[in-house]
Write a protein that binds this ligand. Structure first.
Ligand SMILES: [Zn+2]
Ligand SMILES: [Zn+2]
Length: 330
């Protein structure tokens, strides 16, 4: 069966993969339905993630159908599943306290272990969650990226009328907007790209959209940094109100921290990485099942996986929301 194969940065192609050993008792073979292209897939493609290994099969935002299941699993053949794509050891101090997201033994699909962008792949059943019938494939593929936001926004108190600034209107920024809207907050979305601002403005309520140089400083209870560039982080610190908090999701390699402002305004900076399982995944699924939770604008385009070149080009351009690869049988 065919899958994507990244030989080295920028050298992406299709490759025939063969399963030459039977699946293990704890494993499941999946027939992929959709795979979402993530910012981290693009960073691996561009050679910008220091812990990435090559060659590698990319892909970690995955929804599929169970084809075969090992005898120690309780996953049923024919059921739809999503994948929790980060492994954990289960025995370190972090895992033991439920914080599997910071397990030092973590491996991530498509980054430092082969991912799921292939017609079929095999994975331990412990990383699978069944998808309820009420959730479409298009929504199910968003469970993983939404879990990142569910986890991040748990760190702060967002409720009706909280003033929230969200910097960056890519996929994670839009998912932050969707969750913040759902919680009833007043949203200010900030991006350098006017088209992205227009799109979120027309899709969400209680939202103001501004370019970075138009934003008033010191007004926000919560700032979400989802752009991943140093300027966004630095401006974010200026936007937070005294006593407020900033949640960092983007991964700018470095930035200048105006320590005196952080101290004098007594603001809190939260780093947030992926999610804890299963709770953040379950909350994401519940949100996505609720029609009041608006994620329709998030997916921009769906390409057949053999059109991966166009799909990656669009994803790299940064001009779109989520780009999804379709692996369904024709
Ligand atoms: Zn992702
Ligand atoms: Zn661990």
């Amino acid at each position: 069966m065919l899958g994507l194969y990244l030989k080295e940065p920028s050298d992406l192609g299709l490759k025939e993969f063969v399963f030459d050993t039977p699946i293990k008792d704890d494993e499941v073979k999946i027939r992929l339905v959709y795979g979402g292209i993530c910012g981290s897939d693009i960073s691996v493609f561009n050679g910008r993630l220091p812990h990435a290994v090559y060659p590698i099969r990319p892909g970690h935002e995955l929804v599929g159908i169970v084809l075969e299941s090992g005898k120690d699993t309780d996953v049923k053949i024919g059921n739809r599943v999503i994948v929790q794509p980060n492994s954990y050891c289960g025995t370190c101090e972090y895992c033991e306290s439920g914080r599997t997201n910071i397990c030092p033994n973590k491996e991530s699909l498509g980054v430092n272990t082969n991912g799921g962008f292939s017609e079929e792949f095999v994975i331990s059943a412990k990383y699978l969650l069944e998808v309820p019938d009420t959730l479409s494939d298009e929504k199910a593929v968003l469970v993983e990226p939404l879990s990142v936001i569910v986890h991040a926004l748990k760190k702060v108190d967002i409720k009706k009328d909280t003033n929230v600034a969200i910097i960056g209107c890519g996929t994670e920024g839009m998912l932050s907007i969707a969750l913040t809207e759902y919680l009833g907050a007043n949203i200010t979305a900030i991006d350098i790209n006017q088209e992205k601002l227009d799109k979120v403005k027309s899709s969400y309520h209680n939202i103001k959209t501004l370019k970075p140089d138009e934003v008033e400083l010191g007004l926000y209870d919560v700032v979400v940094e989802a752009a991943g560039v140093s300027a966004a982080f630095e401006q974010g610190v200026e936007l937070v109100k005294p006593g407020g908090a900033m949640v960092l999701i983007g991964m700018a390699p470095e930035a200048t921290i105006p320590v005196i402002k952080v101290v004098r305004k007594e603001i809190t900076l939260y780093g947030s990485i992926i999610y804890n399982v299963p709770e953040d995944f379950l909350r994401s699924m519940n949100l996505l099942k609720d029609n009041k939770f608006n994620v329709d604008p998030v997916i921009s385009k769906i390409y057949h996986f053999t059109d991966f070149e166009k799909a990656y080009k669009d994803a790299i351009s940064g001009q779109f929301g989520k780009i999804v690869l379709n692996f369904k049988e024709e």
